[in-house]
Design a protein around this ligand. Structure first.
Ligand code: ASP
Length: 346
């Protein structure tokens, strides 16, 4: 996705009914690289972080849910609702880019640290809030993941009403895409995917997370990316920390990316270091070079420290706590910064 489109989405997310003013300071960090691994007393909790500037409205909504007495699961779910319901966001929920057949197919998952529980849906259609269906899978079934028609049937059986997710704008673009020569193969470029991955820590230090996306635009119908896969697009370990991913799912899910970030924190890395180490490890193993991986991680530690890193220039993420709401620029792990293939290959 281009920086311009991100700015546009950021602006449109700002129109959300959730008022940033009620949450205090709203600042965009000018730093190009921010290490946030503060010791516990400095952290204001609850705290939420989410991928991309469009995650800011979701983090603020999540915080507001907790301030009004809602649970952390409610906060993650309802925070993500804001991005899922934003028709201008082309990579999450309604208004998302459809698959190659012109159907919007959504992936989402949710995870709760205290009981290490999880729920997930993949390739689900006609559902406005896949994060809520993921929550229902977690809370109402003995399963972790439902996909496709089964996931949709489960949602409708549990009171969800069908919603047409393909906007007129995306229908027009899909028609143009179909008419173009490139239609023969799924298209890989930065303009056709994104995800909201959100992590939260409460005042007790318990961790939670959720993730929602329309995935890779014009994907082959039935394709499921990293986002609903526990350990790939999202992972929460209540003893250590939580992590979430955005970027080309195929390059995350072959490496269990979010699980990897959490394991790096278990080994003593700060959240930012953990994200960097995971990117390096993936770059070492992956035949694609660093410049083509298109992967980004956010991480939150048990102490409430947070950070991010990825291969995308201009990857930014959102943070909201009772003290502040802001957007932070993540470190770009470019070849220039760390050398080809992660700078580590033996
Ligand atoms: N990870 C998502 C997917 O591959 C897309 C993204 O986050 O950019 O479906």
């Amino acid at each position: 996705m281009t920086v311009n489109r991100r700015r546009f989405i950021q602006g449109s997310a700002g129109l959300s009914a959730i008022s940033a003013m009620s949450l205090g300071r709203a600042v965009e960090s000018s730093a190009t690289c921010v290490e946030m691994s503060l010791s516990a007393p400095q952290i204001e909790k609850p705290l939420f972080i989410a991928t991309w500037p469009f995650g800011k409205a979701s983090c603020e909504a999540a915080l507001q849910v907790t301030q009004q007495g809602g649970s952390m699961v409610d906060a993650i779910e309802q925070g993500i609702w804001v991005t899922e319901a934003d028709v201008k966001n082309a990579s999450v929920g309604i208004g998302g880019i459809p698959n190659a057949a012109g159907d919007v197919e959504l992936d989402a998952c949710i995870m709760t640290g205290p009981d290490h529980n999880a729920g997930s849906v993949g390739a689900i259609q006609d559902v406005l809030h896949p994060i809520s269906v993921a929550r229902m899978v977690m809370e109402k079934t003995p399963h972790v993941m439902l996909v496709g028609d089964g996931a949709q049937r489960f949602a409708f059986d549990n009171g969800v009403s069908p919603t047409d997710l393909l906007t007129a704008e995306q229908r027009k673009r899909w028609q143009a895409w179909q008419a173009a020569e490139s239609v023969k193969k799924p298209q890989i470029d930065e303009d056709h995917h994104d995800t909201i991955a959100m992590l939260g820590i409460d005042t007790k230090g318990d961790l939670y997370g959720g993730c929602s996306t329309s995935g890779w635009g014009y994907k082959i119908p039935g394709r499921i990316g990293d986002s609903p896969i526990i350990g790939s697009g999202l992972y929460v370990d209540n003893q250590v920390g939580a992590a979430g991913a955005t970027g080309l799912g195929e390059n995350v899910m072959r490496h269990c990316g979010s699980f990897l970030v959490v394991e790096m924190m278990r080994n003593g890395a700060t959240p930012t270091e953990a994200c960097e180490q995971a990117v390096r490890r993936i770059a070492e193993l992956d035949p694609k070079n660093l410049g083509n991986l298109d992967i980004n991680f956010i991480a939150l530690s048990k102490q409430g420290g947070f950070g991010a890193a990825g291969t995308s220039q201009g990857f930014r993420y959102s943070v909201a706590s009772p003290k502040e709401s802001r957007i932070v620029s993540a470190k770009a792990m470019t070849e220039k910064a760390i050398g080809p293939e992660g700078g580590n290959r033996k």
